[in-house]
Design a protein around this ligand. Structure first.
Ligand SMILES: NC(=O)C1=CN([C@@H]2O[C@H](COP(=O)(O)OP(=O)(O)OC[C@H]3O[C@@H](n4cnc5c(N)ncnc54)[C@H](O)[C@@H]3O)[C@@H](O)[C@H]2O)C=CC1
Ligand SMILES: O=C(O)C(=O)Cc1ccc(O)cc1
Length: 311
């Protein structure tokens, strides 16, 4: 059991950690810090923690585990602010969707004697804010840890046990590998979803109304994630630029091949690809049913609906 857990940022992910940790008895005291007083009031009204403050330095005082749960672009400033107040022996972690950048901007501020173990739960929804979280968000999902070389194995073990207590399966990998894998499985899909909704929105008004009225379930399934938090996703694309551009380049190359097949009426090329992708998609789902599947392998419809007023 963690004596004191400090969560910096209390949106979808922070509030899900708070609820899950409380339910599983993983932390004795939970301190919650957010930048805005209104968000803190919401967290207090939901009873998510024991200590509430808009001062992150105050929240981390005496904490054994500190988890940054705000958008990745805020991490550097927060790290600078809390660094002098971290308890020797404490574990500093995060939940950011990008890992290389986090290691680069947070790592240098971590004082000697504090264990820095970055993390990323591969679980979420398109909803945001303290009311959107739920205790079993992380159940049967992966949590990736990217401890820098030489990190104290005991600290990695403690954090790993914490995530397992929330129901996750834990795996360690390098930040660079994480960022490349997540670029194609999560970041580019979000970019494509944002883009297609933008394309629809730019259509002439009468066509747009028809799209909205008649949008088939394919469009609805495909674009669910286009409702995701704009600031969080802005930060993902600003901080995982190289991996996203690498994967986007490949994606666009393959899309051009498809475009040509459509233009020249190459039915064989289309059918061959669609046959291959159907098998791949089905094997992803089958694998996900045997072991805990990362987000991208689960049907969109199975995300637990957010509580009322969470958007
Ligand atoms: N949304 C998702 O499905 C997932 C998100 N993540 C990562 O989790 C982190 C948080 O995302 P969500 O909980 O979805 O976002 P959210 O928008 O629901 O919550 C973010 C929280 O951070 C606070 N915040 C914003 N700027 C801050 C600052 N400068 N200082 C202190 N607090 C600040 C907000 O008030 C809010 O409480 C992000 O880094 C994201 O990359 C990881 C896995 C899944
Ligand atoms: O809503 C969904 O399906 C997601 O893909 C959620 C998500 C968003 C960001 C992450 O880093 C991990 C998971």
């Amino acid at each position: 059991m963690i004596e004191k857990l400090a969560l910096i940022g209390i949106g979808l992910i922070g509030s899900s950690i708070a609820r899950g940790a409380r339910r599983a008895g993983l932390a004795k005291t939970i301190a919650i810090s957010t930048r805005r007083a209104e968000t803190l009031d919401e967290a207090r009204a939901l009873g998510l923690g024991d200590i509430y403050t808009t001062d992150a330095a105050e929240a981390v005082k005496d904490a054994d585990l500190v988890i940054l749960c705000s958008p990745v672009g805020s991490y550097e400033a927060i790290a600078k602010q809390i660094a002098p107040h971290l308890k020797p022996g404490a574990i500093l972690s995060d939940v950011g969707s990008v890992k290389g950048h986090v290691v680069d901007v947070v790592g240098p501020h971590v004082p000697a004697g504090v264990h820095f173990v970055p993390g990323h739960p591969l679980a979420g929804t398109e909803h945001s804010g303290p009311s959107a979280g739920f205790a079993d968000l992380f159940e049967n999902r992966w949590c990736v840890l990217t401890p820098p070389e030489g990190t104290d194995p005991g600290a990695v073990e403690t954090l790993s046990a914490f995530w397992k207590g929330l129901g996750s399966n834990v795996e360690a990998m390098s930040p660079g590998h994480h960022d490349m894998v997540l670029a194609i499985t999560s970041h580019v899909p979000h970019l494509v979803a944002y883009n297609i909704v933008g394309t629809v929105d730019d259509l002439e008004q009468d066509t747009k109304s028809e799209v909205i009225k008649f949008s088939a379930s394919g469009f609805r399934d495909f674009t669910r994630i286009a409702a995701s938090d704009p600031v969080m996703w802005r930060d993902v694309f600003l901080t995982n630029r190289d991996a996203v551009l690498e994967m986007l380049g490949r994606f666009l190359e393959d899309l051009s091949v498809l475009q040509r097949a459509v233009r020249v009426g190459d039915g064989e090329a289309l059918e061959t690809l669609f046959t291959r992708t159907r098998a791949v998609r089905r094997s992803i789902i089958a694998a996900g049913q045997e072991t805990a599947a990362p987000d991208f392998g689960r049907p969109h419809g199975d995300a637990k609906p957010a509580e009322p007023g969470s958007e």
